[in-house]
Structures are given as structure tokens and as C-alpha cells.
Design a protein around this ligand. Sequence first.
Ligand code: ATP
Ligand code: MG
Length: 571
Amino acid sequence: MKESSGQVSAEPVLAPNFIRNIIDNDLGLSKNNGRIMTRFPPEPNGYLHIGHAKSICLNFGLAEEYSGLCNLRFDDTNPSKEEVEYVDSIKEDVKWLGFDWGNRLYYASDYFDKLYEYAMSLIKKEKAFVCSLNAEEIRKYRGTLKEPGIESPYRNRTVEENINLFERMKNGEFANGAHVLRAKIDMSSPNLNMRDPVLYRILHADHHRTGSNWRIYPMYDFAHGLSDSIEGVTHSVCTLEFEDHRPLYDWILDELNVFHPKQIEFARLNLNYTVMSKRKLLELVEGGFVSGWDDPRMPSLSGLRRRGYTPEAIRTFCERIGVAKSNSVVDMALLEFCLREDLNKRSPRVMAVLDPLKVVIDNYPKEIVEELDAINNPEDSSMGTRKIPFSREIYIEREDFREDPPKKFFRLSPGREVRLKSAYYITCVNVIKDENTGEITQLHCTYDPKTRGGSSDDGRKVKGTLHWVSAAHCMDAEVRLYDRLFTKENPAVEKDGHNFKEFINPKSLEILKSCKVEPGLLKALPGSIFQFERLGYFCVDSKESSKNSLVFNRTVTLRDSWSKIENKQKQ
Ligand code: ATP
Ligand code: MG
């Protein structure tokens, strides 16, 4: 492996995953009669990102591995921030990653009636009460890590009073914030989540599925564990920040004496040079810093897809990073490594010139056009060959010519012979410049007809091989070069009053408008990915490319140039 891939192993091995051990152990004890069920529980308040992919691969992957099932459940308990657009995009993204929830698409809102009944059961058991302190007072009464909390003066309301008030909360008789339903646990618990947490709040807001039926909505902690239980989830896998909520998760299920899934926490995925919170990503979209959730620079799955990432590369990445209990930051270079590895195997090679310089081959007949054979993928002979037109005038990459070549510059220069990929050897005989600016406008070369296909039979060697396109046959294209969205490794850490948006990379997008690509690309389908010889991997933009104006996104460079630049900067 030549590329830098960060500290994590890029070898295709099963990375450590402690959850497998837990499941193996549970299976050994015949828990749940050997049944395994997981779920992926997104809140539909944004698009999914690469962090969610880790959770998706983990939940669906474990189910696949253990012949179990994985549900897709929308945790839609907060109507004010949720939208149908997000529900649709999440379904699309999970499918795109290659996972199937079968007929098990659920919504926490489907359980609102049941959840209400469960809340009533807690009230009847004197394990929940209606509290009429306001939000500010509740916060004050909660205490701190050092000091115990103070019991609410409403804690000892009678069951009848609580039932009456809770019903009236449900019926919409009170304003937002007038009352809440709280669990009655322990105001002096060292765990703040156990200090009589709020289970239900009044919210006069319509819900994307239940409309105006409800004026109270359950809190996440109440809805989540019970939804797991209702669905018969055996292993409820979530991220570390829920570790302190587990006692509450367990308390609710135990008090109600219902099926009790096991909550297991793992470390969320953090990637350098990007941000991963939906709130921050939404800020980038709403502030116009990117063109949308699917901007190819976004770490959202829709952005990565539009950029040319394949589901296979993302799944491999998620397997390689492993699943652990301690937080860490994964190097973006590993994600890119997984992508290159996948694309190298299966993307067709084509030729494209990003910054064209015209070359006239003086001794090539004007009226002739040859159809030369080019190999589609040296990694996979089953992908065959294609014909590419060759004629007297071609374009090469401007940076492939130097009038005064430095040492080790093996490409074209005056008097130097190089190979045109899959075509002929050419030698530069003349350089034409703009009289006023001195800019090189055209090169004149001669070709050797005996080198057809790009090799000579007299054993003559050339050091440089250039990509090219035939001037009369190529297509115009726009190419968008993307780079990391942030210049800082950890932009989300907003120390000393800095905001993450200050670290946006001003060069994260460069648009090249006068590129030339080989004619066959006119038939390329939106979203298809190619290796542009010597340049990197590029995909046809799925949104803005058309037959009349081809648009390509650079998916990833051929090598990891970023780490080199960085190392130079450090020196
Ligand atoms: P964010 O913090 O980005 O806003 P979230 O945790 O609020 O995300 P949810 O919709 O609640 O987003 O997430 C759905 C599932 O994905 C949860 O189980 C959550 O733990 C998991 N998840 C979210 N972010 C990551 C991440 N970076 N790595 C791994 N899993 C994640
Ligand atoms: Mg969340």
C-alpha cells in the first residue's frame, strides 16, 4: 500500500467489534431463544451522514451476520424539527448502502397510543407524576453533579389528580410548558438522568404523521426504549452519549415489566477535516456555504454519493474502522483509501484533458482519422477495449509540457520524445506563443508511424506517457475539483470563540470550464464513475450533467496528495 491511510489498518481483515462478543455470549446463554434483532433509529431531522453509515452497517450488518433482522425506525418524537423530506432521503440512503428492512419500517409515532398507555401505567403505579414547575424551575431543582436535587412540590399529587391532569394535557387544555409528566425516581441520584426525568411535554405542534391528534409528545428517553421493547429488539446499539441514559432505559422497562432489550453503547465515528453533527451540516446548507445537503463536499451520504463514493467503499470503511468503546478520530485518508481501492478495481479508464494545450502533428495526414484500441481497465481484462479516435490535432494537458524542463521532468519538452497513451510516440519540434503575453498557444510535433499502439519495435524507450484527446472529436466538459471542506483537522472544536465556519477551505471547489473529454463519455450515465487516466476518479454529476453540457465531479485523486502537502507544511 503506497497511500497514507491514517493509523487504522487498511488490510481487509475483520476489525475488532466488541458487540459481536456480547452477542456470541448471549447466544451461548440462549437468550431470547437465539433470536437477534437490531434497529437503526434515525430522527428525521436532517440527512444521514457518514457517521450514521457506521451505525447502519453495524445494525444491519450484525443482523445479517447472525441471521437476524434489523428494523428501520424513525424516532419521530419531536414534530417541530422533523420533515417528510428527511424521511424520504433517509430511506433512500439506507437502501443505497445496500440494506433492506423488508416490511419492518416503523415510526415511534406509530406507538403514541401505546406509549400513552404505558405512561398511564406508571402514573397508576405512582412512578410518574404531573409536575407544574416551569422549565427554568425544573432545571434549578435538578441540582448539579455535586449537589443533590430537590423534590418537586408536585411530586406527591394523588394518582387521580395525575390521571386527570395528564388526560387534560393530552386533550390540549394547557399551554406549552404549563405541565410535564415526570418519572418518580430519585432526586439525589448521582446520575442526573435519574432525577425525576421528564417523560412527556405539552407541545401544540402538528406531526408529519399523526397530524393534530396529539398535544403532548413523549421525550426521547421514554419513547426509545419502549419502541425497542414493542418491536422485540434484542440488542439496542447506540452511541456513547447514551451510556448515562442506560439506567433510565432499564428503569422504564423494568417498572413496566415489558420485554427488555439490551442497550449497548459504542463510540461514534468522527472524521477529521469535516463536521458530523446534523445541526452544523444544516447550518452549512442554510447559510449557503454549500449548494445543499447533497453538495459533493458534504459528509452526508447524499453528498458522498453525488461525489462518486460507492456503497461498497463506505461499507468496507465501516468494517475496517471497527467498533470500540472509546472515542477517536478517523483519518479521512482511510475513507479515501477504501474508495480508491474499490474504484481501481471497477472503474473504466478514459482520457480527459482538464487544461488543454493544442498539439499539431505535422507529419500526420490531414484527412485521416484512426480508431485506436484502448484498454478499459488493466485491473480487469473482462472489461475489454474501446476505440478512440486519433487525428492530426490533439489536446494534451498544459502542465505536461515545459519549455525548460527541470530535472526529473519526463514529460514533453522541445526535442523530447514521449508516448501518447494507446497511440504513438511524438517528438516536440516547435513551440508557438502569443506575441503579447508570451503564453504558449500551440505545439508542433512529429509522430513515428512505427509506434502505433504506444510501443516501438526497435526497443526504443521513452520515459513519459501522456493522456490526450483528438481535437476534432472530443467533447467539451466542465470539471469540478473538490477538496476537503475544512482546512482544520477538527473544525468542530470551537475554542477561543471561533466558529467552525471560519475554517471552511476557500479552495474546496475549483471549477474548470474548458475541459475536453473523449467522445465516448457522451453516452455515460449520470452518476457513473471513471478513472481519467493519470488524473483521478471522476463521476458524471447526477444533477447537472446533460448531453448538451457534460459536468464531472472529481471523486478522489489517484494518490493521497493531501498528506504530502500537510507534511511539507509541518516541516
Ligand atoms: P447528529 O449528532 O449528527 O445530529 P444524531 O445522533 O442526533 O446525529 P440520530 O438520527 O439520532 O442522529 O442518529 C441515528 C442513529 O445513528 C443513532 O443510533 C445514533 O447513535 C447513530 N449515529 C449518529 N451519529 C453517529 C456517528 N457519528 N457515528 C456512529 N453512529 C452515529
Ligand atoms: Mg440523536
